[in-house]
Design a protein around this ligand. Structure first.
Ligand SMILES: [Ca+2]
Ligand SMILES: [Ca+2]
Length: 151
């Protein structure tokens, strides 16, 4: 654990609000909804939740935020950017599988429980175009060998 702590870059201390506030482990319900708010100077629009193959936001380090693009709240900023607590700071909404959470917490957890949400700021990407010239092929000799062999 000490090694992990040593390589961590100071994370942004986000304000997390998870709904429901009271989780009945036996109740059916598809989602645990989570609102992520950043302190000033950071923009929740930069949160990258990743893809189904490579999720980047986790609840308790093990339950990935839903990333399936079939859900509007995954792909549509009008849905996932909100101001749930009605202050002046935007929040990023993500959803976790409530049954996965219930399963995790059913392993001996009850009462007030702190849940940790982790993620990363979006990676950056840019591009430039370069002109690549074919400087002659080194396969010429082997091609001619093949050609001779074909006769
Ligand atoms: Ca809450
Ligand atoms: Ca807010």
């Amino acid at each position: 654990m000490d090694d992990i702590a040593a390589v961590r870059v100071n994370p942004i201390l986000a304000t997390i609000d998870i709904d429901p506030d009271n989780l009945n482990l036996k109740a059916k319900g598809k989602w645990a909804t989570c609102y992520i708010e950043f302190p000033e100077d950071y923009d929740v629009r930069l949160i990258n939740i990743g893809t189904p193959e490579n999720p980047l936001v986790f609840l308790e380090g093990v339950i990935p935020a839903e990333t399936d693009p079939k859900y509007g709240f995954v792909t549509d900023p009008d849905e996932y950017l909100t101001n749930h607590d009605e202050d002046w700071i935007l929040e990023r909404m993500v959803k976790f599988d409530r049954q996965a959470l219930a399963e995790l917490l059913s392993q001996g957890t009850s009462g007030l429980t702190t849940l940790i949400v982790t993620g990363e700021i979006i990676a950056f990407e840019g591009s430039d175009t370069i002109n690549v010239k074919d400087g002659g092929s080194s396969t010429t000799s082997s091609s001619s060998t093949i050609g001779k062999g074909g006769k």
